[in-house]
Design a protein around this ligand. Structure first.
Ligand code: ATP
Ligand code: MG
Length: 454
C-alpha cells in the first residue's frame, strides 16, 4: 500500500480536531491499495464547505466547486480537494445531475460512485471502508458497477467510457453484467459533450490494456467515432494484411509507445481505406490514396471531438504520411527531416513500425530491417553538427535574396527553397558565399544587383 503523504494527513487531522469526519476517497484509495502513486489525493468529509473553510482557517483555500461541495486546500506538499459527503440529484439527459444534496453519512456518498474499486474510503489510520467489495474486485482485476448497471449507465452515460478507461489503465476486465450493460447503453453517449468523450478516449488509448479494450468493446468506440465502424470485418484481400482493417488498427494502436498522438494516429490511420478500396484483375485489394483520404477524415473526426489544434494537426500529418516509404538514403533522410522536423520524423518512424506489428512474420522481418536502416539515417543526419534541416538554418535569408535585387514576392521563397534542396542533396555547402553565388546563377536575368541599373 502506498503511504498517505503527511501534507494530506495534516488536513485530515485538522478536520478531525474540529470535530469532522475526513476520509480519503475514490481514485487515491484505489491506487494506493494497488501500490500505485495516486496522482491526486481527494478527501471527503461531513463538514459543509463553509465549515471546512472555517476548520482549515489560515490555510490557502480555493472555492473550486463550492456548489458541488468542493474546496481545494493549497498545502506546501500539493493541492488537496475536500468535498462534502453528497448524493446526486435527478439525472437529466444521461448527464451529471444539475444539483447535489449534502448528506451527513459516508455510506450515502460512496453509493453514488461509479465502480466498486472507486467507491472505497480510507481513514487517517489507514482503515478501509469498503461496502461494495472493492478490495475483492481490485484483487480479481475487475471493473464492476456499484448497484444496478443499467441504472448507473443511464444516469450518466460517461460512465460507459470511464469503465473502459479504468479497464485499459489498470489492465482490468469488466465484469460480465457491467460489460453487457455498457454495450447495451452505448447510444446514450450521444448525449455527452464531445470534450468529455475525447478526454476519456485519450485515457483509454494511453492505457496498457488498450488492445483488449478496443477489440472487446469496439461497438463503444464506433458509437463515438462512427467513421470506424465499416473497418470491422473489412477484408483487405491483400496477402500483406492478415487482419480486417479494424483489428489491424487496434493492434497497431496498441503497438506504439503510450503516447496520445501516436495512439490516436494509429487508431485512425486507415480510416480512409474503405472508401479507396478496389481489387485488381487478380482479385488483390489496393487502397491508393488512403493516407490522404484518411487524414481528411481524421481532421473532421478530431474537430468534432474538440481535440486541441496541436494534437489534431500532428495526427493528421502523420496519417497523411504513414504510407510514405521510409528513407533509404542520407539525402532522403535529410529531406524528410527538413520537411517534418526531428520530433515528427521520429513519430512517423514509430507509426511505420506500429503499422507492421501485425503483419506476417516474413513481412515483419523485412520491414524491421528497413526501419532500422531509416532510423540510423535519420539519427545520423540529426547528429551532424552542420545539419541544415530547414529554411531557418540556411546560411542565407530572405533579406539576402532581396539584396540581390529580387523583387518582394514568391520568387524570394522559391529561391530559398531551391537553395535548401541543393544543400539537402549534398551538392551545395551551407555557406554564405557559395549560396549567394548559386542564387545569382539560379536567378539569372531576374537578378538586379542594387545600384546596378534598372
Ligand atoms: P483518476 O486517477 O483518473 O483521477 P479517479 O478515480 O480519481 O481516477 P476522477 O474522475 O478523478 O477519477 O473521480 C474521482 C472519484 O469520483 C472516482 O473515483 C469516483 O468515485 C467518483 N466519480 C467520478 N466521476 C464519476 C461519475 N461520472 N459517476 C460516479 N462516480 C464518479
Ligand atoms: Mg482523480
Amino acid at each position: 500500500m502506498t503511504r498517505i503523504p503527511s501534507y494530506v494527513k495534516d488536513v485530515m487531522e485538522q478536520l478531525g480536531r474540529a470535530g469532522f469526519a475526513a476520509y480519503l476517497v475514490g481514485g487515491c484509495v484505489r491506487d494506493s491499495l494497488l501500490g500505485l502513486e495516486p496522482h491526486d489525493w481527494d478527501l471527503c468529509t461531513d463538514a459543509l464547505p463553509e465549515q471546512t473553510e472555517r476548520a482549515l482557517d489560515g490555510r490557502r483555500i480555493i472555492e473550486t466547486g463550492i456548489r458541488h461541495g468542493t474546496v481545494t486546500v493549497l498545502t506546501p506538499g500539493g493541492p488537496v480537494e475536500v468535498t462534502t459527503f453528497r448524493t446526486d440529484g435527478a439525472y437529466l439527459d444521461n448527464r451529471r445531475p444539475e444539483h447535489v444534496t449534502f448528506v451527513p453519512r459516508l455510506e450515502d456518498d460512496l453509493a453514488r460512485r461509479d465502480f466498486t474499486v472507486n467507491a472505497m474510503a480510507m481513514g487517517p489510520d489507514g482503515a478501509v471502508v469498503d461496502l461494495y467489495g472493492g478490495q475483492a474486485d481490485l484483487r480479481a482485476g475487475v471493473i464492476r458497477c456499484v448497484g444496478e448497471a443499467d441504472r448507473r449507465f443511464s444516469e450518466d452515460a460517461l460512465r460507459v467510457l470511464r469503465a473502459l478507461r479504468f479497464a485499459s489503465r489498470l489492465r482490468f476486465s469488466i465484469e460480465p453484467a457491467t460489460a453487457e450493460s455498457l454495450l447495451k447503453n452505448r447510444a446514450l453517449l450521444d448525449n455527452i459533450a464531445a470534450e468529455r468523450i475525447f478526454s476519456e478516449l485519450l485515457g483509454i488509448l494511453t492505457g496498457p490494456g488498450v488492445e483488449r479494450v478496443l477489440l472487446t468493446f469496439a461497438p463503444v468506440i464506433f458509437q463515438i467515432i462512427p467513421e470506424l465502424a465499416c473497418e470491422a470485418g473489412f477484408d483487405q484481400r491483400n496477402p500483406y494484411h492478415i487482419h480486417d482493417v479494424w483489428t489491424h488498427s487496434a493492434l497497431a494502436a496498441a503497438a506504439t509507445p503510450p503516447d496520445a498522438v501516436l495512439r490516436l494516429t494509429m487508431l485512425l490511420h486507415d480510416v480512409g481505406k474503405p472508401e479507396t478500396f478496389f481489387t485488381d484483375q487478380t482479385g488483390v485489394g489496393h487502397f491508393y490514396g488512403h493516407a490522404q483520404a484518411g487524414a481528411a477524415k481524421a481532421e473532421a473526426i478530431l474537430r468534432r471531438l474538440r481535440c486541441d489544434n496541436a494534437t489534431r494537426e500532428r495526427v493528421c500529418l502523420l496519417i497523411a504520411r504513414h504510407a510514405d516509404p521510409p528513407p533509404r538514403t542520407p539525402k532522403a533522410a535529410r529531406r524528410l527531416l527538413a520537411k517534418l522536423g526531428p520530433d515528427t520524423a521520429r513519430q512517423l518512424e514509430a507509426c511505420w513500425r506500429a503499422d507492421c506489428a501485425d503483419r506476417a512474420q516474413d513481412v515483419k522481418t523485412r520491414n524491421a530491417a528497413l526501419f532500422d536502416q531509416a532510423h540510423g539515417l535519420l539519427e545520423d543526419a540529426l547528429a551532424q553538427p552542420e545539419a541544415c534541416l530547414g529554411l531557418k538554418s540556411l546560411a542565407v535569408s530572405g533579406r539576402d535574396i532581396l539584396a540581390l535585387g529580387v523583387p518582394e514576392g514568391p520568387a524570394v521563397g522559391r529561391t530559398l527553397q531551391a537553395l535548401l534542396d541543393e544543400v539537402l542533396d549534398g551538392t551545395l555547402p551551407n555557406e554564405r558565399g557559395p549560396l549567394l553565388d548559386r542564387a545569382r546563377a539560379l536567378l539569372g536575368g531576374d537578378c538586379n544587383p542594387p545600384g546596378g541599373g534598372i
